[in-house]
Design a protein around this ligand. Structure first.
Ligand SMILES: [Cu+2]
Length: 111
């Protein structure tokens, strides 16, 4: 009986926030050489967060919402990342890179 309780407690601890790097409410988008976001379109939920990570060793990139106000990251160098905390409203957000206007992405936020 005690062994069963101990096993259950271990299982519960693995579900606590921060226990693992793979958090279901947090997503990563890579900025790639050739000027693209990967994934270019991502579906998340209200309250989720996204980190943009520059995987391009030849160029700096930003992720800037087309409306100019929702978010604007600065991701300046290789492996640098910038986390946008909490998308607070449902809807679709188109964004782009300020340095490469053809570099575009889309975030679909559902309630
Ligand atoms: Cu760019």
């Amino acid at each position: 009986m005690n062994r069963l309780i101990a096993a259950t407690m271990v299982s519960c601890c693995c579900l606590l926030p921060g226990a693992h790097a793979q958090e279901p409410w947090h997503f990563e988008i890579r900025m790639l050489g050739g000027n693209s976001f990967d994934p270019a379109t991502i579906a998340i939920k209200v309250g989720n967060t996204i980190t943009w990570i520059n995987d391009d060793d030849n160029s700096f990139h930003t992720a800037t919402s087309d409306d100019g106000t929702t978010f604007d990251t600065r991701v300046e160098s290789l492996s640098h990342s910038n986390r946008v905390n909490r998308f607070t409203a449902a809807g679709e957000i188109a964004y782009h890179c300020r340095r490469h206007p053809a570099m575009k992405g889309r975030i679909i936020v559902s309630p």
